[in-house]
Design a binder for this molecule. Structure first.
Ligand SMILES: *[C@@H]1O[C@H](CO)[C@@H](O)[C@H](O)[C@H]1NC(C)=O
Ligand SMILES: *[C@@H]1O[C@H](CO)[C@@H](O)[C@H](O)[C@H]1NC(C)=O
Length: 279
């Protein structure tokens, strides 16, 4: 636990608000600040007018402090009489509520982690990865980037731990880097809710426009292959047809020559027939 920022837990328990008819605004806040171990408690009582704090009681000093001329006058007179001390609130108010709410305060919730790329086109260098760590409790987390198992220090930036306003926190950590093929980039999260670091490895998936390009490319490749095969088949068929035509032409040529010789023979015959008929 002590590894992480020993921030104070603050529970705002009671809030008095007075609103006057003419639009002025007065508030009083009772706040309890607890150290992480809930042992040390500080009670603070603040008076506000139109959002400006003019008077504050602090249990650590057991004194009132004024922040305006009027507040300073009030603080001065309140500090004169020990009966005005609000120190007992540390026990009657802060400790009492701590015992009631400690189970909620001490609850640890594991973070959820999401790693994604912020650069859609891989042609643009360097690339930016975002590791979002969210819905964890309490505050105090360590997020680092690993490149092939080694902690990266260059090109790393991060937001603060942001409160969701419902006990949960979130943090966003960026990595700017030049991709190398086959490398392993992971986001490592260390938090008191985890027994060991939570490592999420970045899995690049092709961006949408690149996916579309790939689909179009495959389509054109298939189309090209179909056309090539069709062309080849057409060529083959055409060759066969030519050979067939040529053979039939030779056959018909042969036939005509034989017909011619046959007819010349018959004309010779008729001549002889003529010769024999003339005496
Ligand atoms: C209360 O007083 C202590 C001692 O001076 C100081 O450290 C602390 O910050 C004060 N708390 C607030 C909320 O002003
Ligand atoms: C990538 O590195 C992390 C941390 O070094 C490791 O846990 C994970 O198994 C590795 N993944 C691959 C696919 O090598």
């Amino acid at each position: 636990m002590s590894v992480y920022a020993p921030s104070l837990l603050c529970i705002l328990l009671v809030l008095f608000t007075f609103r006057a008819v003419d639009g002025y605004y007065a508030q009083r806040y009772r706040q309890c600040y607890y150290t992480r171990d809930l042992v040390t408690i500080e009670f603070i009582y603040s008076w506000y007018f139109n959002k400006a704090e003019y008077l504050r009681y602090n249990s650590t000093t057991d004194r009132y402090t004024g922040y305006t001329v009027y507040g300073a006058k009030m603080a001065e007179s309140l500090n004169l009489d020990p009966k005005n001390s609000l120190y007992s609130y540390v026990y009657t108010f802060c400790k009492y509520n701590k015992d009631n709410y400690a189970s909620t305060v001490l609850k640890k919730v594991k973070p959820k982690v999401m790693v994604r790329s912020l650069t859609s086109d891989t042609d643009i260098l360097p690339a930016i990865l975002l590791c979002t760590v969210y819905d964890y409790h309490p505050k105090g987390i360590k997020v680092s980037w690993l490149r092939d198992g080694e902690v990266v220090t260059e090109g790393v930036s991060s937001t603060d731990e942001l409160s969701d306003g419902d006990w949960f926190y979130q943090i966003h950590t960026y990595l700017e880097y030049t991709p190398r093929p086959g490398e392993n980039i992971s986001c490592m999260v260390q938090h008191e809710s985890l027994t060991q670091p939570l490592i999420s490895t970045w899995e690049p998936s092709l961006p949408l426009d690149q996916k579309n390009k790939l689909i179009i490319g495959i389509f054109l490749l298939v189309l090209g292959m179909v056309l090539a095969i069709a062309g080849f088949l057409y060529y083959m068929l055409r060759c066969k047809g030519l050979v067939a035509k040529q053979t039939s032409q030779t056959i018909s040529l042969e036939r005509t020559t034989s017909e011619i010789s046959q007819s010349s023979q018959s004309s010779q015959n008729s001549q002889t027939a003529l010769q024999t008929s003339t005496p």
